[in-house]
Design a binder for this molecule. Structure first.
Ligand SMILES: Nc1ncnc2c1ncn2[C@@H]1O[C@H](COP(=O)(O)OP(=O)(O)O)[C@@H](O)[C@H]1O
Ligand code: SF4
Ligand SMILES: [Mg+2]
Length: 340
């Protein structure tokens, strides 16, 4: 296996009872993450970013299930591969917090208000290492210093509600990195923070990445965050990847009208202030997708064919994928037009 993580044809089902087929919240997602790569996943709220990550963690919440034919393969440190979709729960638990860890938008929901920060860091260490109590204390202290928390001794003895949002997110990053994971999934880690703190946390993550061999999946609705942190990006819309390329290509050779809309809604890029723009309409919910392109009713370039036939994800240039009739191969387009 060439990559650290490979998703192939991943779908996530919402069951609708025995007699009805499930609703596909996510459909046909293929992603490959290399070692030490910083990979971005971007899209508006409701596009399926978080549940895709839950699937990678083996943590889909009831009643969601992984769709038939989905594959999520992960390469362990010893080079062995595991298929996450069929891994027993006990094995998944060993993987989480050690090989794969995650930080969330709301650190408060991930931390237990009844335990001190020190106790919660120790919990992660105890489960995955055989360090003594004294060694755990030293490791925790060291880690809090790495995430630049002032007065780390004091913070170890504090409860979560004593800390500000920015400090809590630093604690979460410390817990996520303490076992030196191979993959860190960051789901909107700065969305709940104000702009200054947001910039500090992104700087910190960029800095830490230099000293860890960790690959990062950065999930966000904000292409500005992607520009600051990632090399490669997949744009999600209504449960599918609609465009994927290097960050440079996404910004300068944008192919999909949805990505163009997202780019126009970024408030400031490289210091240049832009007028606030929102894409008209809203993301359709699963079960209400149009028969053609899922973006059709919001798209300024919508053509007849877009309403009737779903465009396929095709390579428009080497390494640049796009799901849009504007960029479909000529032969494919002629074929479909003849059929509709
Ligand atoms: N447990 C669940 N039951 C039913 N629908 C869900 C559940 N979790 C998520 N969804 C739906 O799946 C879609 C994708 O959700 P999510 O991955 O959270 O989006 P994003 O992270 O991109 O904002 C949304 O329409 C959401 O309502
Ligand atoms: S396929 Fe058509 S409707 Fe969909 S994004 Fe492309 S141009 Fe717009
Ligand atoms: Mg989300």
């Amino acid at each position: 296996m060439e990559h650290l993580l490979e998703l192939r044809n991943v779908s996530i089902d919402l069951p609708k009872g025995k007699r009805k087929p499930p609703v596909k919240l996510v459909e046909g997602v293929d992603l490959s993450i290399r070692k030490k790569q910083n990979f971005g996943v971007v899209g508006e709220s409701g596009c399926g970013k978080s549940i895709t990550c839950s699937a990678i963690m083996g943590l889909l919440s009831y009643p969601l299930t992984i769709g038939a034919g989905s594959s999520i393969r992960f390469q362990r440190e010893d080079g062995s591969e595991v298929e996450i979709t069929s891994l027993p729960k006990s094995e998944l638990r060993k993987l989480r917090g050690k090989d794969i860890s995650m930080i969330f938008q709301e650190p408060m929901t991930a931390l237990d208000p009844m335990y001190t920060i020190g106790e919660q860091i120790n919990e992660t260490l105890r489960f995955h290492t055989s360090l003594t109590k004294a060694e755990m204390y030293d490791t925790a202290l060291e880690m809090l210093k790495k995430v630049k928390i002032p007065r780390p001794e004091q913070i170890l003895a504090d409860y979560p509600h004593h800390l500000s949002g920015g400090m809590l997110q630093r604690v979460m990053i410390a817990i996520a990195l303490i076992n030196n994971p191979r993959l860190l999934i960051a789901d909107e880690p700065t969305t709940a923070l104000d702009v200054t703190i947001q910039a500090q946390i992104l700087d910190l993550m960029n800095e830490l990445r230099e000293s860890y061999d960790t690959s990062v999946i950065m999930i966000t609705h904000d292409l500005g965050v992607i520009a600051e942190t990632c090399e490669e990006v997949a744009v999600f819309y209504a449960g599918q990847v609609v465009e994927q390329a290097s960050v440079d290509v996404i910004f300068h050779e944008t192919a999909h009208p949805y990505t163009t809309g997202l780019l126009r809604s970024v408030t400031s890029l490289g210091g240049e202030r832009k007028e606030l723009y929102t894409i008209r309409g809203t993301v359709p919910t699963a079960g209400n997708f149009s028969a053609g392109c899922r973006f059709a009713d919001r798209c300024e370039h919508c053509m007849e064919i877009c309403k009737k036939a779903p465009p396929a994800l095709t390579e428009v240039a080497p390494g640049h994928l796009c799901r849009c009739w504007l960029h479909a191969g000529e032969a494919e387009q002629a074929d479909k037009e003849a059929a509709v």
